[in-house]
Design a protein around this ligand. Structure first.
Ligand code: UGA
Length: 429
């Protein structure tokens, strides 16, 4: 099938590339001409495992190309995906201006029947607005269908999530676009659930908010574990073996961040408020998440007392493993809080140092994770990168002026760390 994806962020670029990989003809469009030039020249603007090879392969095979022109994309496609950002506004609601302007552009460029698919995360009822907009700005006789097809990929695992989705959600107003949507996704062999548009839009906000709730739940349990001498990982393992609960997203730590959960929670609270419901449960999810960071910072200050002029090594800057993304990263938030107290930071991340340099200026960036501890009063783990488990702990202990390790992601075994001579503080254990 012939597709255009408008917006080459994480979602747009990975979606376009995976569709090309399974045999569709894909044009990825972006209005940022520098980005388009970079992609046309073989560059990839983000770090995402497996993506670069797939892009190169599909560009070489003629399955995937890049353009700065929406009109070119729309003319040459049967299905047009909208995958542009929907950033938060100061009051927590969603800025839909990119969606609106892309809808107008698509309308202006359509000369034959198109399926317009919204992949961006949007508030319920946005599909109706997109349809109204296309009708208003399009040429009168051109038919179209609007479809809601939310994306559930995780950064760092985006290619895997896209190639092997748990499910594909397709929200429609009429049955006309359904066969094409089924054909589009057939190569992925995933269950396809067809709903009305409002339900599809809600599935996305409800799913992300539930996952955030799951993390806040285990983080709240971690507080009780600490107060009672229990171990939150053992509690999570025991809970998670119940198939109705599941072990995933039950890792306690310094809280969730990134460009999705915090934004989608605020948006869902706002949407609910506008629909007349006070979703207080989700406000509590936010409060627990903020409290988790406060408690971790307190753990550091309780141990080191005054932070002014203390040297602290921080491992991890990305908002989670496997990504170079530092947007709303708890690790960056933690660094900023330590800097505010006057600490001097030596920091490292396997992939996110370039992006971190733009937002975290007053820190020394260390290329080798095993050198971060040098001359530090304490070492902090802020992101759950698996490679940190391979840290040379003997060396870290020797390099630290005091063998203190704060593990915000519970990567190590507390007893083993103590046996090695560390003063080891983790979360909920
Ligand atoms: C999330 C969802 O998992 C995706 O399904 C969704 O498509 C995406 O948002 C989106 O809306 O675009 P993502 O933000 O990439 O994906 O990252 P996650 O893997 O969900 O992690 C989010 C945050 O939760 C990270 O800061 C991570 O460290 C934290 N987390 C995750 C925990 O603290 N504990 C856990 O057990 C799991």
């Amino acid at each position: 099938m012939k597709l255009t994806i408008i917006g080459t962020g994480y979602v747009g670029l990975v979606t376009g590339t995976c569709f090309a990989e399974v045999g569709h003809q894909v044009i990825c469009v972006d209005n940022n001409t520098d980005k388009v030039k970079l992609l046309q020249g073989g560059g990839i603007p983000i770090y995402e495992p497996g993506l670069e090879d797939l892009v190169k392969k599909n560009v070489a095979a003629g399955q995937l190309r890049f353009s700065a022109s929406t009109a070119e994309g729309v003319e040459n496609s049967d299905v047009v995906f909208i995958a542009v950002p929907t950033p938060p506004l100061p009051d927590g609601s969603v800025d839909l201006s990119f969606i609106e302007s892309v809808a107008r552009e698509i309308a202006g460029a359509m000369t034959s029947y198109k399926i317009v698919v919204d992949k961006s995360t949007v508030p319920v009822k946005t599909g109706d607005k997109v349809a109204e907009t296309i009708k208003r700005y399009g040429k009168s006789k051109v038919e179209f269908d609007v479809v809601s097809n939310p994306e559930f990929l995780r950064e760092g695992f985006a290619v895997e999530d896209l190639m092997k989705p748990d499910r594909v959600v397709v929200g429609v107003r009429t049955q006309r676009p359904v066969p094409a949507m089924r054909a589009l996704y057939a190569p992925f062999h995933a269950p396809i659930i067809v709903t009305d548009i409002n339900s599809a839009e809600l599935i996305k906000h409800a799913a992300n908010s539930f996952l955030a709730l799951k993390i806040s739940y285990i983080n709240a349990v971690s507080v009780i574990c600490e107060a009672s001498g229990a171990n939150v990982q053992e509690v999570a393992n025991g809970m998670g073996m119940d198939a109705r609960i599941g072990r995933r997203f039950l890792d306690a730590g310094i809280g969730f961040g990134g460009s999705c959960f915090p934004k989608d929670l605020s948006a869902f609270i706002k949407i609910s408020e506008q629909l007349g419901y006070d979703f207080a449960l989700l406000k509590e999810v936010q409060r627990i998440n903020a409290g988790q960071m406060d408690r971790f910072v307190k753990k550091i200050t309780d141990t080191l007392w005054v932070l002014k002029d203390k040297n602290i090594g921080v491992l991890g800057l990305a908002f989670k493993q496997n990504t170079d993304d530092v947007r709303l990263s708890p690790a960056i938030d933690l660094c900023q809080r330590l800097l505010k107290e006057g600490a001097v930071l030596r920091v490292h991340d396997p992939k996110a140092m370039d992006k971190a340099r733009e937002v975290l200026k007053n820190a020394t960036y260390v290329e080798d994770m095993n050198e971060v501890a040098a001359g530090c009063d304490a070492l902090v783990i802020a992101t759950e990168w698996p490679i940190f488990k391979k840290l040379d702990l003997e060396r870290a202990r020797r390099l630290l002026t005091h063998p203190i390790l704060f593990d915000g992601r519970n990567l190590f075994d507390a007893r083993e760390m103590e046996e090695m001579g560390f003063i080891y503080k983790s979360v909920g254990r």
